[in-house]
Each structure stands twice: as C-alpha cells, then as structure tokens.
Design a protein around this ligand. Sequence first.
Ligand code: F6P
Length: 364
Amino acid sequence: MIKRIAINTGGGDAPGLNAVIRAVTLSARRLGWEVYGIRRGYGGLLGDAPEPGVVPLDVPAVRGITYRGGTILGTTNRGNPFEWPVKNPDGTRSVVDRSDELVAAFHEHGFDALVAVGGDGSLRIAKRLMDKGIPVVGVPKTIDNDLGATEVTFGFHTAVQTATDALDKLHSTAESHERVFVVELMGRTAGWIALTAGLAGTADVILIPEIPYDIARICAKVEERYQQGRRFAIIVAAEGAVPVGGVASVVEKGTAGYAPRFAGVAERLAHQLLERTGRDCRSLVLGHLQRGGTPNAQDREIALRYGAAAVRLLQDGQLGTMAALHNDEITAVPLADAVAEVRRVPVDFDGVRTAREMGVCFGD
Ligand code: F6P
C-alpha cells in the first residue's frame, strides 16, 4: 500500500513542470499520502543538492506555482545515476554508476513509489530504476514533443508560442532593413517546434531534420521573394536540420549516455546565404528562451492532467507506465514503449503538406 511518494523532475526544464508538481501533490494528499520532492534531479538523493535533498510537499508548498516556469525542485540534464559525472583528482572527468546508492537512499527515506517527470532520457533512467525495484510512473515532458507514446508532451505549446512571438517581431525589422533572418529553433532530431512555429509565424522557408535541405533551393526562394518586391525573408531552421548528404551541426557529441548538443545551423546558413546571394543575412538563435517563462493555458492544463493521472496510475497499481494522451484521453503506456522511439515529423504530415501547398519552401 502506498503511503509516501517522491517526485523527480529530470532533464531540461519545460513550462508546466510546476503544474505537474502541484497536481501530483494535491491529488496524492487527498488520498492521505505523503509527498516529497527530490531536489536537483536525483541529486537530492545522492548528496548533490542543497540540503535538504528532499522536501515535503503539501498544499501550502504548491500554492501559486502553476503559472511559474522552471521547476521548484530544480533539475539537471547531467543527472543520470547510472552515469553520474565525477571530477577525477587529475582534473579529468568521468562517470560512475551510483544507481545502487540511489535505490538505497530512496528506500531509506521510506518512499513507496516515484513519479518521474521527464523526456526520453529521464524516462529511460526511470525505467532502469523500475528494473532495480523502484516502483515508478512517468509523466511525459519536453518542449520537443518527440516522445513516441503520446500525442503531446507538456511544454511544447508554450515553446511554440514563444518562437512564434519572436518570428512576429522579426518581421518588422527584417522588412525595414531588407534582411534575411535565419532563426534557429530547438527540437533536437525532431522538427515539431520549427514546423509549428514556422507555419504560425509565416516563415518563408522551414527547415526540419526530417527533410534534408539543399542550400541552392533556399537561395532560389530568397531571390524569388526579392524579385517579387518582398525584399526580406524569414528562414526557420530546426537546430537538428541537415543538408542533403551532410550532417547536423553538433557542438558536443553525445558522450556518456548524454544526448548530443545541437548548435550552429543558423549561423552556418546565414553565412552560406550571404556568400551565395550577397544579401544582408543575419542569424538568430532563440535558444533557452523557448524553455523559459510562464506556461501557456494549454500546457498548464495538460500538465495538471498528467500530474493527476500519475497519481491515479499509482493508485491503480499500474507501475512501470507513463501517462499519455491519445485523442485527448489519458491512457497508460508501458515505460518501455514510451522511450522506444523518437517521434519525428512524418514527411507526409498535414502540417508539411499545408506549408508546401502555401508555397513555403523546405529546401529539398
Ligand atoms: O530536449 C529539450 C532541449 O531544449 C532541446 O530542444 C535542446 O536541444 C536541448 O534540450 C538543450 O539542452 P541544454 O539544456 O543541455 O542546452
């Protein structure tokens, strides 16, 4: 029987994390359970967070947090207990497996179950913890919206809104200066943010990782606009966009179980466009602005539903599952399925077709 649960927020933050924490806390407290938040990812259980490493969560503790960005518990994307980063005496860095220590600390605190809120990396870790005997349920979080087992992850809609607002603002300055702007948006190997914000923000060219681009096609599209008297262009590039026959711009390889870090595609494209067209080309990296700030109404609502659902899953004994949304209904999917594949944009997706029908270029 469950009496005491812990919540962990892992990986990159996403707008809506605090709404999940609030919903889990309020729902669980109504069942008479005690709720604790683990601080700084799993760091709070491994002595790598400010003391106390775990904090009690009750009704006053989660008051007024639904609209707040970030996570009141803290997070880290270098928080894998199976490959915990350590600094060696000679200054080099390596990783050690601290998962046994984590499991022991979890039981010492008297926790009966864990709610793991995360994207594919964090949920993969949660699955491994489940295999080591920690009863887990997962909640799907990531602005990238790339988890295979659910139709939507919380955080995505706010990121798209932030990117769309930026594109709206760029239009006036691009037009005034007759400039080409290449805007780099997040999403790793999935183009959901770039496609959705690119459409909503009326970009002229949208480059997504799923459709390799040809720089000549992008130049032709830009030139066509200038010839037609539209003497500016907005190009949206997903950070993981790839040229035909080439590779994505990665600044840090995915080492020690961590995902690669994408960066540089906008700058590279702006440079190539300048060389080929002679136009005034600038790059803009929207970066972590897409993860920050207050969650919009959609993300708050989804996050609250996911949080309450996680408690329901625990109550029903559906351990090792993740709360997912299908046709706007909450379902439970096995954690193994949740992390089995990255959900990328299908090239025949209606949003891609819409953009093509409207004359937006994918550079292919
Ligand atoms: O997965 C979310 C995400 O924001 C990606 O879109 C991006 O590539 C990555 O995290 C950036 O992570 P970091 O916090 O390590 O810069």
